[in-house]
Design a protein around this ligand. Structure first.
Ligand SMILES: Cc1cc2nc3c(=O)[nH]c(=O)nc-3n(C[C@H](O)[C@H](O)[C@H](O)COP(=O)(O)O)c2cc1C
Length: 456
């Protein structure tokens, strides 16, 4: 499906959010949507925000691709597309997510990284350098996890981004643990001195398989180390988190400022809520499809994202089968009913605006909730010798794979564990109920002023 737009300015009813910079505190006390090639599509990010994600990351885009992208705006929905060859959208975003959206760039060159960031910076609040992708496409070009062993280059990119971008654009980095803790600490020391606001640490090493348990027990020392500098850099844990309650558990073990979720959010974009939706066939897929249509999300992307949503064994399969067979939105008319998507978009917009008075779900951390650390990998043992359940990967967990970043990365299968849509089905390639605001027993809201940035 082609984009509807030729315009380069926003539609009249979409207000431009005010430029209020993200501070390190904005990266704290939250559950975040991780960057995900292909799966971190615009509709998924908007639903994640609706259901309590504090900030959302876009999929990694390689700097060279962004530098050549053409920016177009859909005059009906306001969706902004960065198009590559043949007007194909490589990255899409929307003004309503801008105050909470981080753009992730893959780069091995400070100048190119800055150029790519400048292309997109008016539509996002922060720019992040991906230093964790272990796939050959990234590492052969010196990007992603290759930067972990080239700290001079890594830090020169971050320094250039911070120096060259306007102060209201936040700069952050996402890394993996190095095999040795002392090397991790040395690297982290250099990174946090570049002037970034936030460092996300995926608690696996470069060579670990996605299904191997994340080494979250190693993070507490890193977090304490960063805090010891007295600088103002937020640290986000990433790896093996399956939802809000699990984020509290991980946070209590690691002391991290926030927790970031990828795979579990790919399977269910509402996991940021303490009460996530469970029966997605009944509660989520239809609204998701409608929103995708409203946003003019590429049909192949919509189909792929829906295929990643977790299915219940007992669920009605008719809808999923219809989605797999459909060649476009119109093929689903009979099942989906009214197709405007207006209602879904309006509800999401309202819930994002409501952050001014009903802040997103936060994760308070008091020092006394911190658990003693374990020296073993992935499972702690109490004094009585019992396994501490907080470090056990929940049952049903299917690992946390990394993206395959190859040509046209945003549309390619993410990894070998993905559910592949046969080419014959997809043709080419391959995005509800209201969010639950905090009620009694939830953590205290942040000061109102922190949430007034939006639409003021
Ligand atoms: C489908 C998919 C795509 C991903 N794409 C990216 C990406 O673009 N950039 C990135 O830094 N990490 C990417 N990752 C890695 C995740 O952000 C995250 O670091 C990893 O999956 C561990 O988190 P999890 O245990 O919550 O899955 C991707 C992961 C998945 C599953």
């Amino acid at each position: 499906m082609s984009r509807r737009s030729l315009s380069s300015s926003p539609p009249r009813d979409i207000k431009r959010p005010r430029l209020i910079p993200l501070t390190p505190d904005d990266y704290r006390n939250g559950v975040m949507l991780a960057p995900m090639v292909r799966s971190g599509a615009l509709p998924t990010r908007l639903f994640a925000l609706k259901h309590g994600a504090k900030l959302v990351w876009g999929p990694e885009m390689v700097d060279k691709a962004m530098v050549l992208a053409e920016r177009v705006v859909d005059p009906i929905s306001g969706t902004i597309s960065y198009n590559g060859k043949q007007e194909r959208a490589m990255f899409t975003c929307h003004p309503i997510e801008k105050p909470y959206l981080i753009f992730q760039v893959g780069s091995a060159d400070p100048d190119l990284a800055v150029q790519a960031a400048r292309v997109v910076m008016d539509d996002v609040s922060g720019i992040e350098l991906n230093c964790g992708c272990p796939k050959p496409f990234s590492t052969h070009a010196g990007m992603g996890a290759a930067l972990l062993t080239n700290p001079d280059l890594l830090c020169s990119i971050l320094t250039a981004l911070r120096r060259e971008l306007p102060p209201h654009i936040s700069v952050s980095a996402k890394i993996r643990l190095l095999p040795k803790q002392e090397d991790t600490l040395s690297l982290v020391e250099r990174i946090v001195n570049t002037g970034i606001n936030c460092l996300t640490i995926h608690c696996r090493t470069r060579n670990m398989r996605p299904r191997e348990r994340a080494l979250i027990h190693r993070l507490k020392e890193v977090v304490d180390f960063v805090k010891g500098f007295g600088g103002d850099v937020a640290v986000i844990e990433n790896g093996d988190c399956v939802g809000f309650e699990d984020a509290r558990r991980i946070r209590s073990i690691t002391g991290a400022d926030s927790v970031m979720i990828a795979t579990a959010a790919e399977a269910n974009p509402t996991v940021f809520s303490p009460t996530p939706l469970t029966n997605l066939e009944e509660t989520f897929i239809l609204p998701y499809l409608r929103l995708c249509k409203y946003l003019d999300n590429h049909w192949a992307s919509t189909k792929f994202c829906v295929s990643q949503f977790k299915a219940r064994k007992s669920a009605n399969k008719a809808l999923r089968e219809a989605v797999i067979k459909a060649k476009g939105y119109t093929d689903l008319d009979a099942l989906v009913g009214t197709w405007t998507g207006d209602e879904e978009f309006t509800a999401i917009k309202a819930s994002i605006e409501a952050r001014a008075t009903a802040p997103p779900i936060l994760l308070p951390l008091s020092e006394d909730t911190l658990q003693p650390q374990s020296q073993s990998q992935g499972s702690a043992t109490s004094s009585g010798g019992d396994e501490i359940s907080t470090t056990i990967t929940p049952s049903g967990w299917r690992g946390n794979p990394d993206p395959t970043v190859v040509n046209d990365a945003p549309f390619l299968p993410a990894n070998e564990h993905r559910i592949h849509i046969p080419a014959g089905v997809s043709k080419q390639d391959p995005g509800t109920p209201t969010p639950h605001r905090l009620s009694g027993g939830g953590p205290p809201p942040l000061p109102l002023c922190r949430y007034l940035r939006f639409f003021l």
